[in-house]
Ligand binder design. Structure first.
Ligand code: RIB
Ligand code: CA
Length: 316
């Protein structure tokens, strides 16, 4: 485990797996969540902004500042995933509507202001959805690129291909133009692709452990998992569903559970057939710059043990 506290901003499109990632981050003393920025993705912006606050209140953290961001990709029309996450984006359990307010400031302006005011390279950006907010911030304020400590993103896939098209993962597919802006910005970036998250499969045993916590948090995560598992089990025929976004937080807290390689990653933004593909030069067949640390293995049991341990810290 790391020794110093890492300041992070979580950019997210909740989504049940985003919700679990936020709960994990808020239960990890190694991390200080200085803000949550929402983006359109799994469901439209109004719902991702509602859902992010519901998760904060589930964690009894209504002190967390939640900022609404971009309601559509840079260029492409918005594509959402209610077929996976349900019509609210957080289906599986009924939680109270949020009472904590959204911040008045737009996500993009919060991101710009935060990085301009903080000492250089002291804050990490965690992206759990389409990268629209980050790209808009970089285009509006290119000076912040050198001030961001690193970006860690759930997205893409190489050996695993795609999950919304044969070659593209959802977050990258929804806004490939934003992803290209971010990957071309010269910022240290760690990619948590399907190559990792498809190995982070939930299990009936794990869901039972969650329910045995006898807390609302445990029940919520178990119910969310039951809900989104139905889609992945049918699609992949796997016993269990990939817990995508929590792997981002897992890496920040326990990087020893993962392995990867520094390689070149380019984003397809023109071909309709492969739009949003992360073209990962895993075998170094080009001289393109090695702009990303691309993860490809996870200690699955170690990760779920960490997740259960941290989620058990919630008293209700
Ligand atoms: O492809 C999986 C990713 O898309 C996850 O972040 C999930 O929440 C959706 O946003
Ligand atoms: Ca997400």
């Amino acid at each position: 485990m790391r020794s110093t506290t890492q300041k992070i901003i979580i950019d997210t499109d909740p989504g049940q797996d985003d919700g679990v990632a936020i709960l994990l981050a808020l239960a990890s003393p190694e991390l200080e969540v200085i803000g949550i920025t929402t983006v359109a993705g799994n469901v439209p912006l109004a719902l991702t902004s509602r859902n992010a606050r519901m998760v904060c209140e589930l964690a009894k953290r209504s002190d967390i500042k939640v900022f609404a961001g971009c309601d559509r990709p840079l260029k492409k029309p918005l594509v959402t995933a209610e077929n996976v996450h349900g019509k609210t984006g957080l289906d599986g359990i009924d939680l109270p509507e949020p009472t904590m307010p959204l911040q008045a400031q737009h996500s993009v302006d919060f991101i710009i202001e935060t990085f301009r005011n903080a000492p250089e390279k002291t804050i990490t950006l965690c992206t759990l959805g389409p990268m629209t907010n980050i790209a808009q911030a970089l285009m509006k304020a290119p000076d912040i690129a050198t001030r961001i400590q690193k970006i860690i993103s759930m997205g893409g896939g190489f050996f695993e291909g795609g999950n919304i098209t044969p070659s593209a993962e959802f977050n990258m597919f929804v806004d490939p133009d934003a992803a290209k802006v971010v990957f071309d910005a010269g910022i240290e970036i760690i990619v948590v692709p399907l190559d990792v998250t498809h190995k982070a499969l939930t299990s009936a045993t794990w869901i039972k452990e969650l329910r045995a916590l006898n807390t609302l948090v445990g029940e919520a995560v178990a119910s969310w998992t039951d809900f989104f598992e139905r889609y992945d089990k049918e699609k992949y025929g796997s016993a269990g569903a990939p817990l995508h976004d929590p792997c981002v937080i897992g890496y920040l807290v326990a990087p020893h559970l993962f392995t990867g390689k520094q390689i070149n990653v380019e984003i397809e933004t023109t071909s309709e057939l492969t739009m949003g593909a992360t073209v990962a030069d895993w075998w170094k067949v080009t001289d393109r710059p090695k702009n990303a640390y691309f993860l490809n293995t996870i200690d699955r049991d170690g990760f779920f043990d960490l997740l259960t341990e941290r989620l058990s810290s919630y008293s209700a």
